[in-house]
Design a protein around this ligand. Sequence first.
Ligand code: HEM
Length: 479
Amino acid sequence: MIQILTTILLFIFSYVFYVVYKNSNFSTSKLNLPPGSYGWPFFGESLALLQAGRDGVPERFVQERIKKHGSPLVFKTSILGDRMAVFCGPAGNKFLFGNENKLVGAWWPISVRKIFGKCLLTTRGNEAKWMRKMLLSYLGPDAFASHYAATMDVVTRSHIENHWRGKEEVNVYKTIRLYAFELVCRLFLSLEELNHIAKLGSLFDVFLNGVIELPIDFPGTRFNRSKKAAAAIRTELMILIKARRVALEEGKASSSQDLLSHLLTSSDECGRYLTEWEIANNILLLLFAGHDTSTCSITLIMKRLGEHPNVYDKVLNEQLEICKTKEAGETLKWEDIQKMKYTWNVVSEVMRLTTPVMGSFREALVDFEYAGYTIPKGWKLYWSIASTHRDEGNFVDMEKFDPSRFEGAGPTPYTYVPFGGGPRMCLGKEFSRVEVLVFIHNIVTNFKWDLLIPDEKIVYDPMAIPEKGLPVRLHSRHV
Ligand code: HEM
């Protein structure tokens, strides 16, 4: 019944959008817009973009259109309900990253804006600068230098004891999801009670499924379920925030114990604090941003290490060298992370070939010219990580897995952009670097593994994951 109703309403919407869309073409028809097609009314070319990801070739969407429209730098399309100019390759990335807050500003599709409310992702200009500063004072490299590597190591060891040790077979994606979520719950909120984490985790699964979706808001749709799950998580967060405020006032919690305490007790130089809603929304954002991205990258790294035993051996040797410098049971420190150079090159090559995030968005703040075309104010802009990384023009022998590409000066600027760039570059880059390296250290020093599905296909929905979640057979290194 719901499906029939949804189909009828979709039809009506499509028709209304088609009429509005046809008429609105008159206002831009005299401009020298980039070549391209808006595709179907309402859906635009969203389905082609999503399908390319689901087929495991996320670069196809951009590369096919560059060829079809004969315009290598920019083309127009319509995705997720908005008209868009797609900026292609390193030149497009450089232009967008270098013109933040001048010609372009951060922007996310309406599904994202509706679900997250006011937080870093949905603000720009000075407000965003201020929020980034507040969050980076906890998440940036300076904060990590002092204490996070050790805490991450402790959580990772206990995760391995509980979920890997003694098992013959493990589904890597499903298991790492638990790990990544437990880690952020502990580091951001000091949550340790596993039932509480599991309850939040199941709400998160529903929430994540509908964030990057067409915003069709009827009972039963992915977007609607995601919105409800976000509201339930926010309610939980507000309870935690209020309880923590009391604990801080009574001296029963410390201001440096986690992200939540940090945000409740930190103000800017003018004495301005984040409101409780802003704290809840930003924590929701960080739990979201830090959850699936790290899960995907760790899963994909384990896939490549399983496929390339020689690379596994080199990573293992680097990690064993670090073990030699430590007492039995001593946790990893920041200085140890700095020594993991080869391992980081491997991680980088995995993220080049299979970027966890396909691309990101901006909005034109004014009319401007790019590559000889007019980009009208208000147009949405998309830049594609996948098609930049998977381009023979940027990486010779593009399909080849070769960590040595990252030795020395590494790739040419703007060709390798898994974390974006400019003032809106990923805020969790340092966090995820430490998280991924600490995990790899622990997994390779404990296990070797065989992939149970050789050449398992990677699909993007919307993030990169092996189709069956990467089942592996484990072999303990300590028998
Ligand atoms: C392998 C892991 C990760 C990858 C590949 C990744 C990738 C990205 C990308 C591509 C963007 C958009 C950047 C742009 O538009 O220029 C982004 C933004 C962001 N990421 Fe990450 N991310 C990762 C992990 C994390 C983690 C662990 C966190 C938080 C703990 C995080 C928090 C954020 C936030 C808050 C933003 C929005 C920044 C802003 O709008 O100013 N990310 N990330």
